[in-house]
Ligand binder design. Structure first.
Ligand code: SF4
Length: 354
């Protein structure tokens, strides 16, 4: 019999971790000549990240077929950093073809949240971001996004309560795999993470925001806004040249109207670029005009990347900016910085390793 210990690193065949329970039942009966319930049993094991050896209620003959015909793509943890300040854990994970991405486990009072990557690199070109410096190598499969969470749950022995798709990559630029991942991770037969506890970030791909609104999946849309006027936003986020702030906010309002979910706006404060009180006034004005209430602004302290010229605004400026927004009737908070002692900015671990 083939060695089943290292089966997680098979490289060819059907990508079974990207299949739903129904798809696996179908696959087991049509492709492997097994009873459909065997596929459902397999689904339960895969969601726990079990090796074939650990799948004790599956017959050896079934596991041999899986080894021959399937690819079980659980990523490998190659680096791990634990914050001594708050227990945040940052992982570098390697896919079967050697591509690496970053994932983070964050511990909050209300539960554990995992930040996942969805692409190896990114082609969006946001000027302050390390993840885009070498462009995009490839999209991750749904199984490779899910595999990051399964790995973290196994490694930390902690329950994962929420997910943010805010690691390397633009989720809406890998749309099919993102939607498939959302289905898998929220399935009650699997990890069962509620869609309302999942955030999908985007730099503003307007048609995909509208498409996501129609998927019937009430995830939180988290929009990287980072500026209140088009000239500044276009200088920071090239996507703004394709879809400007007006079009983006119209799509956000549409998302809210269809899903009923409040939209969250990410605003990274960059010294001298977007952090004046005039910027705060303009931001409050455009959000109130377009969104009319149902939104929240997350102010983020910039994690400086040495390859870029941008510098963080500092705490004092962030507090002034936040107060100004609040006084103009826009709800805003400064995001608490977790894992400050291990917080190389997103994408830097991957850059160094590659
Ligand atoms: S901020 Fe997000 S979308 Fe923009 S380059 Fe970085 S990873 Fe890509």
């Amino acid at each position: 019999m083939t060695d089943i210990k290292n089966s997680a690193f098979q490289s060819d065949g059907a990508d079974i971790l990207s299949m739903t329970a129904d798809e696996l039942a179908d696959f087991a009966s049509k492709e492997l000549g097994e009873k459909p319930y065997r596929g459902r049993q397999l689904y339960g094991w895969l969601q726990k990240g079990a090796s074939y050896e650990e799948m004790t209620n599956l017959p050896t003959s079934f596991k041999e077929k899986l080894l021959q015909k399937c690819e079980y793509r659980l990523p490998k943890i190659v680096e791990k950093y634990v914050s001594r300040l708050d227990g945040t854990v940052k992982y570098l994970m390697q896919m079967l073809d050697g591509e690496c991405v970053e994932s983070v486990l964050m511990k909050y009072e209300h539960g554990n949240t995992v930040c996942v990557s969805c692409q190896a690199g990114c082609r969006m070109g946001c000027r302050f971001c390390a993840s885009t410096l070498n462009g995009k190598s490839r999209d991750l499969r749904a199984s490779e996004i899910l595999g990051q969470i399964i790995n973290i749950a196994r490694d930390s022995k902690e329950r994962v309560d929420g997910v943010v798709m805010m690691g390397i990559g633009e989720p809406l630029d890998n749309y099919e795999n993102t939607v498939k991942f959302l289905k898998l991770v929220s399935s009650p037969d699997g990890l069962g993470i509620g869609l309302r506890h999942i955030s999908v970030s985007t730099c503003g791909i307007v048609p995909k925001i509208k498409q996501l609104a129609g998927e019937g999946m009430p995830v939180t849309l988290s929009v990287s806004l980072h500026a209140s006027d088009d000239s500044v936003r276009s200088s920071l986020i090239p996507m703004n040249r394709k879809y400007n702030i007006d079009e983006l906010l119209d799509a956000c309002k549409y998302y809210f109207d269809v899903t009923g979910r409040r939209v969250s706006f990410e605003y990274t404060l960059i010294s001298g670029e977007n952090d004046s009180l005039d910027d705060a006034d303009r931001l409050a004005f455009v959000l109130k005009r377009k969104m009319d209430g149902p939104c929240h602004v997350n102010l983020i302290m910039l994690n400086e990347v040495k390859e870029t010229k941008y510098q963080s605004s500092g705490r004092e400026r962030a507090e002034l900016f936040c107060k100004r927004l609040t006084s103009r009737g826009v709800t805003a908070t400064i995001r608490r910085r977790l894992g400050a002692d291990i917080s190389a900015s997103c994408g830097q671990l991957r850059l160094r390793y590659q």
